[in-house]
Write a protein that binds this ligand. Structure first.
Ligand code: CP
Length: 303
């Protein structure tokens, strides 16, 4: 039985296959509308979500299946002290596949060790978010025609941004990837990601605090939100939250074929004036996330 806890649970070949399936779903949605008839997805969200939860639910409905679950810990028996392990064993009695978001790093892994159905990590604390990475990879593939030979800038909260950690990890397996790490000093990419992923795989990186200095060198600019929920001090969050705000003025120096990505939700880091710019890809990412989750559900269920 397969689970998806970390993006490295998927080989490069498996990611290629998911991208191929997602593109086929986009081209021929009717061929997939009955694939999950009679199957149920349990959507266990112990932490807030709009895109991930609703796109998993939309994905399962568009495959002809059904969905059950909860959208906050307080409406589950976790509020009475039930463990993640017991929750996973219980939900395995009701559903064919589980998508779990949890504020604690490693919780979906514990669920996978105890469930008798496939478990998908839908985001665990500041750790990983592999299905956002699948959405990001499909977006890069569709915008750039492949996943190698790109210069990608990650901008904002690189310390707590789990989508950044997962995407860097995924891209480290493709040739010709260069990374530019743009963040305040306090929110730099954790050293374990630099050492264990970038350095280990020979991925060149530049670190800077200045977006203007590097924007013209980028094929992709991956903006991120400063993660308020992971800060210990509200004062520190308020000081750092508007470190980077992408405006039409700043984009003047960028390439005409730049792709601006963001996992969303956005707070203040991309001006809404950019939404109609052809370089803005973040709402395409949202839609691509649904297609990749459809492809993933089919793969994990062996359909
Ligand atoms: N990108 C993302 O994970 O969004 P949600 O928190 O709304 O699911």
């Amino acid at each position: 039985m397969k689970h998806l806890i970390d993006i490295h649970d998927l080989s490069v070949e498996e990611i290629d296959s998911l991208i191929k399936t997602a593109n086929d779903i986009i081209a021929h949605p009717d061929r997939y509308s009955e694939k999950c008839r009679g199957k149920k997805l349990a959507s266990l969200f112990f932490e807030p979500s709009t895109r991930t939860r609703l796109s998993f639910e939309a994905a399962m409905y568009e495959l002809g299946g059904n969905v059950l679950g909860f959208s906050e810990a307080m409406s589950s028996s976790a509020a009475k002290g039930e463990s993640v392990a017991d929750t996973a064993k219980t939900v395995s009695c009701y559903a064919d596949i589980i998508a779990m978001r949890h504020p604690k790093e490693g919780a979906p892994m514990v669920a996978a060790m105890n469930a008798s159905v496939p478990v998908i990590n839908a985001g665990d604390g500041g750790h990983n978010h592999p299905t956002q990475t699948l959405a990001d990879l499909l977006t890069i593939h569709r915008e750039k025609g492949g996943l190698g030979n790109i210069t990608i800038g990650f901008c904002g909260d690189l310390m707590f941004g789990r989508t950044v950690h997962s995407l860097i990890s995924a891209l480290s397996r493709y040739p010709g990837v260069k990374t530019v790490l743009i963040s305040p000093v306090e929110l730099k990419l954790p050293s374990y990601v630099k050492k264990d992923i970038l350095a280990k795989n020979g991925i060149p990186y530049v670190q800077t605090t200045d977006l203007d200095e590097v924007i013209s060198s980028l094929d992709i600019l991956y903006m991120t939100r400063v993660q308020r929920e992971r800060f210990f001090s509200e004062e520190e969050y308020l000081r750092l939250k508007d470190s980077y705000i992408l405006t039409p003025e700043k984009l003047k120096n960028a390439r005409s074929d730049l792709s601006v990505m963001h996992p969303l939700p956005r707070v203040n880091e991309i001006s809404v004036a950019i939404d109609d710019d052809p370089r803005a890809c973040y709402f395409k990412q949202v839609l691509n996330g649904k297609y990749m989750r459809m492809a993933l559900i089919l793969d994990l269920l062996g359909l």
